[in-house]
Ligand binder design. Structure first.
Ligand code: FAD
Ligand code: DHB
Length: 401
């Protein structure tokens, strides 16, 4: 098998990259270890930045998002028993975020790719990368029901296989520059069949721990509570989850609404950057290269920003032989990644309760919240980061569509 760009992983990064390359007339094949049903059913992110929404719309895959997603002009921060609204729309000259589930974005991208005749191999096994430092890299793998190994020869490999995939590990360990921070926090996330309780997201700092109210539709809600990252979901009955949400969110005259919980799980939190995003003819994009704690809602959006730069670099290479953007891929992406890391770290440390902190550190945290909700300058900084900093590279996708 041969293709121009071999893509490992059909998450937001891999699928969007394949779509953007197709619009530039560049061929790709996607190898994915899970089934289509699994990738279209995994519950994860929900917040899309303005730039991500604009990119999906500009490239013809935004129609359902515009119909079924929900635009939010602000968020609320709750602490010391009071709520404070950050009017992102007002503070950023009209920008907003859209709440639209990651697995819906995945469904839209898979449908668009398959409709355009793309090759996506689901359920592949034992994927490995070879000859990545040469001009003829190859990916070895087994098909779903195969026992023989297949070889996908390509000009470039895009490692879009998430944090645990094989792509990053293919870069020699002594040449990889990696930086990380692990937090003593986990998020227990639920999907519940209950009516929407608030028109906007609520991020709450409470003495029992952080809580977040989000939504998916008027009938389905998405909520999170801070838990010990080593805790097990079997310790959390539905009653215990609701009672914790009530304790951390209810205020005089306002209460969260209970109902059947249809999905629950616990994720741990880390900040991680592999600064070596480019090695030979391998390029890493999305969670394969970096992880942010979810408090800033940045992971999927960063993946979209990376592949926009990579698609631009590959397009310049194939259409004019220009290699400047590809050569500077890591450098261009890392400027935006480190700012998103900073914001995600700041939101996480401001909003979670660190039970090892002294009362001095706790008062500093409350002062930070007081400042951000009472100073227009501080609120503007939060708002411009939350709606998304500008993409490092803008491409006019009408060129080759
Ligand atoms: P992934 O989505 O991890 O996709 C990688 C793909 O590669 C997967 O399909 C995987 O099966 C496949 N793969 C792995 N190994 C192999 C292999 N060996 N061979 C072939 N394929 C392989 N981000 C936001 O922007 N906004 C939010 O509101 C937000 N909220 C979040 C809430 C939670 C609870 C969590 C956990 C994350 C959240 N995120 C959010 C982060 C976001 O979900 C991720 O950053 C995003 O999924 C990254 O996309 P990706 O394509 O890089 O990686
Ligand atoms: C959601 C996820 C986030 O990480 C966040 O900060 C806000 C909302 C969500 O899943 O809706």
């Amino acid at each position: 098998m041969h293709t121009q760009v071999g893509i490992i992983g059909a998450g937001p990064a891999g699928l969007l990259l394949s779509h953007l390359l197709h619009l530039q007339g560049i061929d790709s094949i996607i190898l994915e270890s899970r089934s289509r049903e699994e990738i279209e059913g995994t519950i994860r992110a929900g917040v899309l930045e303005q730039g991500t929404v604009d990119l999906l719309n500009a490239t013809g895959v935004g129609a359902r998002m515009m119909k079924e997603g929900h635009a939010h002009h602000g968020i609320e921060l709750q602490f010391n028993g009071r709520r404070h609204r950050i009017d992102m729309h007002e503070l950023t000259g009209g920008k907003k975020i859209t709440v639209y589930a990651q697995h819906e974005v995945i469904k839209d991208l898979v449908a668009a790719r398959l409709e355009a005749g793309a090759k996506i191999y689901f359920n592949v096994k034992d994927v490995s990368l070879h000859q990545i430092e040469t001009s003829s890299p190859l990916i070895r793998f087994q098909l779903e029901n195969g026992t023989d190994y297949e070889e996908l020869n390509c000009d470039f490999i895009a490692g879009c296989d998430g944090f645990h995939g094989p792509s990053r590990q293919a870069i020699p360990a002594n040449l990889r520059v990696e930086k990380q921070k692990i937090y003593p926090f986990g998020w227990l996330g639920i999907l519940a069949k209950t009516p929407q309780v608030n028109p906007e997201l609520i991020y709450s700092n409470h003495e029992r721990g952080f809580a977040l109210i989000s939504t998916r539709s008027p009938e389905i809600q998405r909520h999170y509570i801070q838990v010990d990252p080593k805790d097990d979901i079997t310790n959390w009955s539905d009653d215990r989850i609701w009672s914790e949400l009530h304790a951390r969110l209810d205020m005089d005259g306002w209460s969260i609404l209970d109902g059947p919980i249809i999905q629950k799980n616990i994720v741990s939190m880390r900040s991680f950057v592999c600064e070596t995003m480019h090695y030979g003819n391998l390029f890493l994009a999305g969670d394969a290269a970096h992880i942010v704690p979810p408090t800033g809602a940045k992971g999927l959006n960063l993946a979209a920003a990376d592949v926009q730069v990579l698609a631009r670099g590959l397009s310049e290479y194939y259409h004019s032989g220009e290699e400047d953007t590809l050569t500077r891929y890591s450098e261009i992406c890392l400027r935006r990644i480190w700012k998103a890391q900073r914001f995600s770290y700041w939101m996480t440390t401001m909003l979670h309760r660190n039970f090892e902190h002294s009362s001095f550190e706790h008062n500093i945290q409350l002062a930070e919240l007081d400042y951000v909700t009472s100073s227009q300058a501080a609120a503007t900084s939060l708002a411009e980061n939350y709606v998304g900093l500008p993409m490092e590279i803008q491409t006019n996708y009408s060129i080759r569509i």
